[in-house]
Design a protein around this ligand. Structure first.
Ligand SMILES: Nc1nc2c(c(=O)[nH]1)N[C@H]1C(S)=C(S)[C@@H](COP(=O)(O)OP(=O)(O)OC[C@H]3O[C@@H](n4cnc5c(N)ncnc54)[C@H](O)[C@@H]3O)O[C@H]1N2
Ligand code: MOO
Length: 344
């Protein structure tokens, strides 16, 4: 990259090397044209009026590209399914959700891009629930011009990764719930779990297939789980009885139906006594009583991922550990807080 002095009339389409400031009555009015501005035909009279007959422009070498072009190419390369981009403004290109859903970030690709010289890409956390139109990420280059090789390398990382930023829209699924607890079953106390689960499921546009009740008896709970599955549930909740009392038989019941347990015990508080198992392809969630007593719990971390069609693994639950502690703020700000952000 070289600097070159040039007549203003010949500068159209060229890149300004420095800010040009307008001074009125001895006072600077700030940059009229900013460094990096690509000079347009209509700028010429304005520049001449300012007394600029010659200006410095950047003489881009064949291998260099301007920050704005670099920003656009990066934005295009990182935008996957259901992601749109806008810009550039001072090379920054922002990515937005084209539909509501679960934001997925390809972390190794994200880190590889940020390892490149002069490029940044920053995003919302992986697995964030996003609304249509929400800003998801921003990318830009640091200097005014970058070697094209840098952008080509970033584009190559994106191509090889398959995707970097995407949004998985929520599917409309049928969700069943088996509410356990003899005190609820015998109507000694009123069920508090059904309304909580219904509200959380319907908030994502899915529907409750049915809510059934079972006493603290593993065989009966197991039979009701099987019934939910044969009735067509895509996801099954089993609530209560997840802890250490002799009457807490829900984990045993989930095993009895032959579901494969991914993990019993989740690194999330509230939600420690959570179990995730799969009955074939149907996720079965054993939800401890905290799922009903607290506003935001492990349910809010797992449900969106299952509704987005992810097969959640033991590893995913382990990855919740760093950030898995809810601060229990007097006024809950979730999801605008650290709960459930996970380490990878
Ligand atoms: N000694 C220990 N006690 C507890 C532990 C522990 O590790 N050691 N873990 C605690 C944690 S963490 C949680 S979370 C809860 C989990 O409780 P459970 O899932 O076993 O819940 P239950 O014992 O069945 O019920 C607790 C409480 O909530 C009421 N309940 C349950 N279901 C309903 C419902 N559908 N509607 C209304 N109320 C319901 C139930 O009557 C009990 O009062 O365990 C801690 N304890
Ligand atoms: O499963 Mo419990 O969250 O630790 O309340």
């Amino acid at each position: 990259m070289k600097l070159q002095a040039i007549k203003v009339e010949e500068a159209v389409g060229k890149v300004l090397s420095h800010d040009i400031t307008k001074i009125v009555k001895g006072e600077s009015k700030g940059a009229l044209y900013k460094k990096g501005h690509i000079i347009k035909q209509e700028d010429v009279p304005e520049l001449l009026k300012l007394g600029k007959e010659n200006i410095y422009i950047l003489d881009l070498e064949n291998s260099d590209i301007h920050e704005d072009e670099a920003g656009i190419r990066l934005g295009k390369a990182v935008s996957g399914d259901c992601v749109t981009w806008q810009g550039p403004k001072e090379s920054r290109v922002n990515m937005y959700a084209a539909s509501g859903g679960l934001l997925k970030i390809n972390i190794p690709a994200l880190e590889a891009i940020n390892e490149l010289p002069d490029v940044i890409l920053s995003t919302l956390p992986d697995n964030t629930v996003v609304k249509e139109g929400e800003m998801l990420a921003g990318t830009k280059v640091i200097p005014l011009v970058v070697p094209e090789k840098t952008v080509l390398t970033a584009e190559n990382i994106c191509r090889q990764a398959g995707w970097v930023i995407k949004v998985l829209p929520f599917r409309k699924l049928k969700v069943g719930a088996v509410i356990t607890g003899s005190e609820v079953y015998k109507k000694r106390i009123r069920d508090g779990f059904g309304p909580v689960i219904t509200e959380k499921v319907e908030a994502f546009g899915s529907e409750i297939l049915g809510i059934d009740f079972a006493p603290d008896n593993a065989e009966i709970i197991a039979a009701k789980i099987n019934k939910m599955a044969s009735d067509g549930a895509d996801i099954i909740f089993v609530t209560g009885g997840m802890s250490v009392d002799p009457d807490d038989v829900t984990p045993h019941a989930i095993r009895l139906v032959g579901a494969k347990v991914e993990k019993y015990g989740a690194a999330a508080l509230p939600g420690a006594m959570f179990m995730l198992a799969y009955l074939g392809d149907i996720p079965v969630m054993g939800v401890p009583a905290c799922g009903m007593f607290f506003k935001v719990t492990i349910v809010d971390l797992m449900l969106p991922r299952l509704l987005a069609g992810e097969r959640v693994t033991r590893k995913d639950i382990v990855a919740l550990a760093c950030g898995g502690l809810c601060r229990a703020c007097p006024e809950c700000r979730y999801p605008n807080c650290t709960f459930g952000k996970g380490s990878h």
